[in-house]
Design a protein around this ligand. Structure first.
Ligand SMILES: [Zn+2]
Length: 350
């Protein structure tokens, strides 16, 4: 069935041949690392559209019609509803067939899909499926840009395989922010039972993992995020702690390194430790995506007292190479520059 459908869809290359470039500020890494907050803070900059996790738009938006942060179901949202209209009715039939990230709980299938995105010798049937998926993904970003007239789309999807697909869309300029939070904090957060927002009509919870699995996921996500250096126009690495301690400075550095022009007043929503947030159209993300008004930026350090000694040792041992690499053990580690590693368009490390 899929094979015949490929003939009806132009490739992303054909579709976007004359389209204007789209700047996507992509937050990569693992969940529970503060990506929703960073998405929202960046999204308050003039001309930036904080989209949330576009990766989940197919399933949570189109299929499940979950709530946008404007309070409307996605199909009735003034932005996302129009994006769906522009995709056409066929998208409802195609979503279950083409979305490679549809269900992370089918772990074998999910790993196969993620690996197939990264390796060049993927099966032909998967390559065709990916082409159709890329075509619709491309459509989403072009629709968002034309509907909101934004100059930058902020996407906190985090998934490195998805970013790899985005990078292959012509006219998409992918700027990657590799966001890292201490593995012990992430592993502890992943053990917590948290209700998934956006679906008040049914009880569903965010994915939970034991510290051992959380450690493996953390290492894998960061390893794959680093691979985006080769695909992105710009890549920069920041630690969540540095962002919370000095958000103004970190945001400035991100914008400088991504070569995105801004004026000092574009950061006026930030004070030393607070941010002023407006109601936006954000799909998917943790519960903080719905918070508005003045919000205090703080780091959740509950893990330091509540993660058992045994689990601290397990997580530290399993993630040690990356913790060391990212400066979590250095004496001045928590005060180092936010950009431990940045790559400019000419490939030079800065
Ligand atoms: Zn909305």
């Amino acid at each position: 069935m899929l094979l015949t459908k490929t003939k009806t869809h132009p490739t992303a290359q054909q579709q976007n041949h004359n389209a204007p470039p789209i700047n996507v500020l992509y937050i990569a890494g693992l969940g529970r690392s503060g990506s929703t907050v960073l998405n929202r803070v960046l999204g308050e900059i003039d001309g930036f559209f904080p989209a949330g996790e576009i990766l989940h738009f197919f399933t949570r938006g189109i299929n499940n019609n979950e709530l946008c942060t404007c309070g409307e179901p996605v199909s009735d949202c003034e932005i996302w509803g129009k994006v769906i209209s522009q995709l056409g009715d066929r998208i409802y039939r195609l979503v279950p067939l083409i979305d490679p990230f549809r269900d992370g709980r089918q772990i074998g299938k999910y790993i196969f899909n993620v690996c197939s995105v990264f390796i060049p010798w993927r099966p032909k049937w998967f390559a065709k499926k990916l082409r159709i998926y890329r075509y619709f993904v491309s459509h989403i970003y072009h629709s968002l840009q034309s509907l909101t007239d934004c100059r930058v789309i902020v996407d906190s999807s985090k998934n490195a395989a998805y970013a790899q697909i985005l990078a292959d869309i012509p006219n998409v300029r992918l700027h990657v922010i590799h966001l890292i939070r201490d593995s012990r904090g992430v592993a502890f957060s992943l053990t917590k039972k948290r209700r998934r927002p956006g679906i008040p009509w049914r009880e569903e919870y965010m994915d939970q993992f034991k510290p051992f699995m959380g450690s493996l996921l953390w290492s894998a996500a960061n390893l794959l995020a680093e691979k985006l250096k080769k695909k992105a126009v710009h890549y920069t690495r920041i630690r969540y702690h540095d962002f919370v301690v000095n958000p103004h400075e970190v945001l400035q550095k991100i914008l400088y390194q991504m070569e995105i022009p801004f004026r000092p007043e574009d950061l006026s929503h930030l004070t030393e430790h607070t941010v002023q947030l407006k109601k936006r159209h954000i799909i998917s993300g943790n519960p903080s995506r719905s918070q508005n008004g003045q919000i205090k930026l703080t780091e959740d350090v509950e893990w330091k007292t509540k993660l058992s000694k045994r689990n601290k040792i397990v997580v530290t041992a399993l993630t040690f190479p990356f913790l060391y690499r990212y400066g979590f053990f250095s004496k001045s580690g928590q005060n180092e520059s936010c950009a431990a590693d940045s790559i400019s368009p000419n490939g030079k490390r800065e």
